[in-house]
Each structure stands twice: as structure tokens, then as C-alpha cells.
Design a protein. Structure first.
Length: 225
């Protein structure tokens, strides 16, 4: 990889990390029971701000958006709203909610402020002979460091994905390297997949068996508010 290519790859990763965040769901005992990734989307200035993620890891209620801030010895999280979940195995796999902005504002302490990049461009159809990718800060589980509950993170990403084939709802991408073990991708379902300029075409939902391709749900073929 040349220095120019390395910088382009890093710029793409930085762009996707600004757009992509983690979504977590805890039970009443404070135990993490599901996690995924997602992004904010706004179709027009008059449209609601939506949280978009994968359907198979998303309960209708009780999910929170992770931030990178620690507040009162815990990783600060924002209410992700009530999700409309659409999931049929091997076909439909997405969920969206309207970001509860007023509820979030009321829940924040005066010293706390958060900013997420909201995607406002049209979704595009993935095409052959183009490079696609995703990137999200991921982790396996929360651990305690002293009295603080934190999530040790690593960068989960794939660059230079090539479209192998697509059907009405699913894009099948061929990675430029061997597909990693399941644990590497755990929690990354719902990550937006984009072209080099950051135009989103789909969200990651899993892999194929045998492990040849990554599966992504197409966003260019659905109607969102």
C-alpha cells in the first residue's frame, strides 16, 4: 500500500467512525444482553432524526446509544427511542427509531454535551468495481477498572469490500482479506457500509456459511420516514 493509499484508507476509517456508534441493551440487573451498531439519518430538514441499525439484535424498547464519555463511573449512554423492527431471516433485517431528542436533553446533566454526525445524503445502490467498507469501535464485553465500568475497545473494520452479487434486499460483499472469527464482528451488526466518499448503501447484518461473503441489508430499496 502506498502512502497515498494509506492516507485515503485512514481518512475513510475516520469518516465512518464519526458516523457509526454502538447501541446496547441492558436488563434490569444492569447486565448487557445485546449490542449492535448504527447511525443517525435525516432524509430532509423537515424529517425526524432516525436511528438505523440491524433488526436481529434490536429489541423494540430499552436500547441506548453509547458515547465515549464516562459519567458517574459508567460509560454515558443516550436513550435510542422505540424501534420499529423488521426482521425475516435471510431477507429483511433492519430497525429504526425516531431519536427522542427532548427526552435526551432532559436527561443530560448541565456539564454533559454530545455530538453525533447525522447522515443526510440519499442511500445509493452498491455496484461492482467499487470499493466499500465500514468501521466501528467495538468491544467484547464491559469490565471494571477500579470503580469504573468501561468497555476496552478495538477497531472493527473491513476495507476494499467488493460487491459479489445482490438481490432485492441483500448485498453480498467479498472482503479483501480472509473473513475474521465471529467474535471480531460481534456487536458490529448495523454498521453502515459506504463507498470511498462516504455514501451509504447498506448495513452489515452477518456472513454466509461457509464464510465467503459478508451480508448487508440494502437501504436503497426501502422507504424511511
Amino acid at each position: 500500500m502506498t502512502e497515498k493509499e494509506r492516507k485515503a484508507a485512514q481518512n475513510f476509517i475516520d469518516l465512518m467512525l464519526k458516523v457509526t456508534f454502538r447501541i446496547c441493551h441492558w436488563n434490569e440487573e444492569g447486565e448487557l444482553i445485546s449490542r449492535s451498531s448504527g447511525f443517525l439519518y435525516k432524509k430532509s430538514e423537515s424529517s425526524p432524526t432516525l436511528v438505523i441499525t440491524a433488526g436481529h439484535e434490536t429489541p423494540p424498547e430499552g436500547s441506548f446509544i453509547e458515547t465515549v464519555h464516562v459519567h458517574k463511573d459508567k460509560t454515558a449512554a443516550l436513550n435510542a427511542g422505540k424501534f420499529n423492527v423488521f426482521y425475516q431471516q435471510e431477507d429483511i433485517d433492519y430497525a429504526y427509531s425516531e431519536l427522542p431528542l427532548e427526552l435526551i436533553q432532559k436527561s443530560l446533566s448541565p456539564e454533559m454535551s454530545f455530538e453525533f454526525t447525522c447522515y443526510k445524503k440519499p442511500f445509493v445502490n452498491a455496484v461492482k468495481d467499487e470499493a466499500y467498507g465500514f468501521a466501528v469501535r467495538n468491544n467484547y464485553e464491559f469490565v471494571k477498572m477500579g470503580e469504573t465500568l468501561v468497555a476496552p475497545t478495538y477497531l472493527c473494520h473491513e476495507l476494499y469490500l467488493e460487491l459479489e452479487r445482490q438481490d432485492e434486499h441483500i448485498n453480498f460483499f467479498k472482503p479483501s482479506r480472509p473473513i475474521q472469527e465471529h467474535e471480531y464482528y460481534a456487536g458490529s451488526s448495523g454498521s453502515p457500509i459506504a463507498d470511498p466518499s462516504g455514501r451509504i448503501c447498506s448495513i452489515l447484518i452477518g456472513g454466509t456459511n461457509p464464510r465467503e461473503f459478508l451480508r448487508a441489508f440494502r437501504l436503497d430499496n426501502i422507504d424511511l420516514p
